[in-house]
Design a binder for this molecule. Structure first.
Ligand code: ZN
Ligand code: ZN
Length: 166
């Protein structure tokens, strides 16, 4: 989906509930942990669209855009006071004919994106074995040693073999 099409879907949703609301700026991120995220910045509203979003179905993409647009409308109509997935956001979602799911992030898209990540895997180690994990996982292990445990021996996974416990 092209940015102008995403912009159009967001604008159409906003026009139904908050025509005065300025269009948020679309920012692309490399995240895999969410599909979309609405933000308020000193320069105005932003909607972040992730790598997971890029892997979503057209309908999943559209749902995410509407979900995030309603966070923007919520913040605009309620003077920057975010209610998260609370009552006012749910009212807005219903007004645009969308289900007020807490998470309209496309689970299929997240799974596909995580799979793609898995295929760009790297080695990590524990006392009982070496195994393949995503680069993301490895860097999280490198940054927070001891944060992930081996499912088999319950000892911490380490990013480098030389960090192995004796
Ligand atoms: Zn949300
Ligand atoms: Zn182990």
């Amino acid at each position: 989906m092209e940015t102008h099409e995403a912009d159009r879907i967001i604008r159409e949703a906003l026009d139904k509930v908050a025509p005065e609301c300025p269009s948020p700026r679309i920012i692309y991120t490399r995240a895999y942990s969410y599909c979309g995220r609405a933000c308020i910045t000193p320069h105005g509203f932003q909607i972040k669209l992730s790598n997971a979003w890029k892997g979503a179905t057209p309908e999943g993409k559209r749902q995410t855009l509407i979900h995030e647009a309603m966070h923007v409308a919520d913040a605009f109509l309620h003077k920057g006071q975010w209610s998260g997935h609370g009552f006012m956001w749910q009212v807005l979602m219903r007004k645009v004919g969308a289900r007020p799911d807490r998470c309209s992030n496309d689970p299929g898209a997240l799974a596909t994106a995580n799979q793609a990540l898995w295929h760009r895997e790297v080695w990590v180690h524990c006392p009982c074995r070496s195994l393949r994990v995503s680069k993301r996982m490895r860097s999280s292990i490198a940054q927070n040693p001891g944060s992930k445990l081996c499912a088999r021996c319950r000892k911490p996974l380490t990013a480098n073999p030389e960090e192995l416990a004796a």
